[in-house]
Design a protein around this ligand. Structure first.
Ligand code: RIB
Ligand code: CA
Length: 334
């Protein structure tokens, strides 16, 4: 009896978190780094599928970039599904109007880019999220690294899904610091405010939020960049090309810094002790098209709306070491 109990405890403690990653991955960036970290911590997380959404770039480009990164990670076999191309309501025209009326936008992601040709692949990410969650009720964690369009569409199509999702862990929003798309809103929430509001108000039991409040405390600098770039593996060369020459272009701007953003989500999934206790808050998102479109709203306790656990503090030196060590692993693509 004792051995079985011990094995049970060991298994429970060591069972890897089963996750679906929803991403708006660009050429590499924080999404690419996060995917690499998640696939290089097999004892902690098991990436069961990757779903693609428009955000940083249009979903067609994100699909291509994500596949290229999975190949560099030797993970070509990871299932990837194409999701929503457009937010629930926001459009490029609305974003341009907002820039004219309420001040220049800091970042507008895909809205500022030419659309690629429609990929020859079914847009079945929403159905796949529903199918996988229903096949493993209470066992799957959704890791949202971009606008929440796919997750909102899945919840709207199957309202009972909320109670079957084990937990949602996401990078998005901000509460006590300025936004980074508009002054009032963080990019993932700004790109699709309606989706963010629907998901925050949903009945998903556990929602863990990595907003700009904690992300602004995790800033990569040139020295941190150099320590990774010097590994010169196929993956770190892509990292160096993106962070070094594109954004924040460390080679041209050695004094630049950039938040690890999404990679705080993977750091937490791999080692939650690197973060301080979360703050339990009832949050919603402003979906009124105007200066505050996409801004996080703090609500008083409301019947039936479950709170969000918002992260505020992080042991950044330890998170950076984890980020660096997982990105510089010498793992050869198959
Ligand atoms: O605000 C940061 C978020 O916007 C991150 O998910 C980053 O990838 C960009 O999409
Ligand atoms: Ca992202």
């Amino acid at each position: 009896m004792k051995v079985a109990l011990l094995l049970g405890i060991v298994f429970t403690l060591s069972a890897a978190e089963r996750i679906i990653v929803d991403t708006d991955c660009g050429y590499f960036g924080d999404d690419g780094a996060t995917i690499a970290m998640l696939l290089r911590a097999p004892g902690k997380v098991k990436v069961e599928a990757v779903t693609i959404v428009s955000g940083n770039v249009w979903s067609g480009d994100s699909l291509r970039y994500t596949r290229e990164i999975l190949a560099l990670l030797g993970a070509r076999q990871t299932p990837v599904y194409l999701g929503a191309d457009l937010p629930l309501r926001h459009t490029a025209a609305m974003a341009q109007e907002a820039g004219r009326k309420w001040g220049r936008l800091e970042f507008q992601g895909a809205f500022g880019e030419k659309k690629p040709r429609e990929p020859q692949l079914p847009r079945n990410a929403v159905e796949e999220i529903i199918r996988r969650v229903e096949a493993a009720p209470g066992q799957l964690t959704i890791v949202a690294l971009g606008p929440m369009t796919n997750i909102a569409l899945a919840l709207r199509k199957r309202p009972s899904l909320a109670g079957r999702i084990k937990s949602l862990v996401f990078m998005g929003g901000q509460l006590r610091v300025p936004g980074n798309a508009s002054k009032q809103a963080e990019f993932n929430f700004w790109f699709d405010p309606e989706a963010a509001s629907l998901v925050l108000r949903s009945g998903i039991r556990e929602k863990t939020m990595f907003g700009l409040d904690v992300c602004n405390r995790a800033m990569l600098d040139k020295a941190g960049f150099d320590a990774i770039a010097k590994a010169r593996t196929p993956l770190t060369q892509r990292f160096a090309e993106d962070f070094g020459n594109r954004y924040p272009a460390f080679y041209k701007n050695p004094k630049a810094t950039v938040s690890l953003w999404d990679s705080l989500v993977s750091a937490w999934l791999v080692d939650p002790t690197l973060f301080g206790p979360p703050e339990r808050l009832h949050l919603d998102v402003d979906t009124q098209f105007g200066e505050n479109y996409g801004k996080v709203l703090e609500r008083k306790w409301t019947e039936g709306v479950l709170p969000v656990s918002m992260m505020n503090t992080v042991n950044y030196p330890a998170v950076y070491r984890l980020f660096r060590d997982l990105l510089t692993q010498h793992v050869h693509a198959h």
